[in-house]
Design a binder for this molecule. Structure first.
Ligand code: GLV
Length: 295
């Protein structure tokens, strides 16, 4: 019984040490260690190579090293009997709420416009709104989406949601289903997407649905990039249908150096940093799930 860490782009030794600090009795291996594949009952994965899991015949559980499960859901070697965990510590939710709030305030307080005016050496005071004048549509209402919805609502914005299941989050209506999308999209001043990567959601925001948006809407995406068809977004910004976008995630990451988003004056980008998983918080969740799956 042991944990294997396969974390592309992350320092596996740091994760191993953090788990050992919590519980030195849990055997944890990185790809650099010598171990027998048959020992591995729990694999912690981040963008792992396809085929990897075929090595581990005694696997009981896999755990994503972050909130997203894309790399696990698309792996045909995760057999139905294997339990799937993901790591969503409070610190990650807090960071996502911070990022969402920053991006919303950036547009709501017109910092994008003021940056443009400054470039033109223009001193101009634009009208100031109040949050109650701004309708924000949040797409995705899992743990992270829900926290964002509650926070923006508390700030006084007019919030509605769209997610898998229709429900209420305090006084916020969460719509569901593709048939609800045209009306939902047409109502928003800011559209904030925090959807996971799922086959059915791919290219959800495409040319056809962009037509439903209110002209001049501002778009924020901090979920997964493949829910937006990027070529259609570029066209929508060129036509003014979408005024500007604030994006942390992209259809293909890392974004290639020649990608048009880098130099676009109305597209504000960050390199998938909305919430970086805290290693100690993650280690605590991994140790908990490891024990759970070995009871
Ligand atoms: C980050 O994108 C995560 O899934 O944790």
């Amino acid at each position: 019984m042991a944990i294997a860490l396969f974390l592309t782009g992350k320092d596996e030794t740091q994760w191993q040490q953090a788990i050992h600090r919590l519980d030195p009795n849990i055997p944890v291996y990185t790809p650099k260690d010598a171990f027998s594949d048959d020992q591995i009952t729990f694999a912690v994965l981040w963008r792992h190579p396809q085929g990897l899991l075929q090595r581990f015949k005694n696997l009981r559980a896999v755990c994503s090293a972050g909130a997203g499960l894309d790399h696990i859901r698309t792996d045909p070697d995760v057999s139905p009997g294997v339990v799937v965990y993901r790591i969503v510590p409070d610190s990650l939710i807090r960071a996502m709420v911070e990022y969402a709030t920053y991006a919303v305030l950036f547009f709501y307080r017109r910092f994008d416009k003021y940056a443009e005016l400054r470039q033109q050496q223009k001193w101009l005071q634009l009208p100031q709104n109040s949050p109650a004048d701004i309708r924000i549509g949040v797409m995705g209402a899992g743990k992270i989406g829900e926290a964002i919805i509650r926070h923006l609502r508390q700030m006084g914005f007019v919030v509605t949601g769209w997610a898998k299941h229709r429900r209420m989050i305090s006084d916020v209506v969460i719509e569901a289903g593709l048939q609800a999308l045209p009306q939902f999209l047409s109502q928003q001043d800011i559209l904030l997407m925090v959807l996971p990567a799922e086959r059915e959601l791919r290219d959800l925001l495409n040319e056809e649905r962009i037509k439903y948006l209110k002209k001049g809407i501002r778009l924020i995406n901090l979920g997964r990039g493949d829910v937006i068809r990027e070529s259609d977004l570029l066209m929508a910004i060129a036509s003014g249908q979408i005024e500007a976008a604030f994006l942390d995630v992209f259809a293909t990451e890392p974004l290639s150096g020649s990608h048009p988003f880098y130099n676009h004056p109305r597209i504000h980008i960050t390199p998938h940093i909305a919430a970086l998983t805290d290693v100690d918080d993650a280690a605590a969740e991994i140790a908990k799930y490891y024990r759970q799956s070995h009871q």
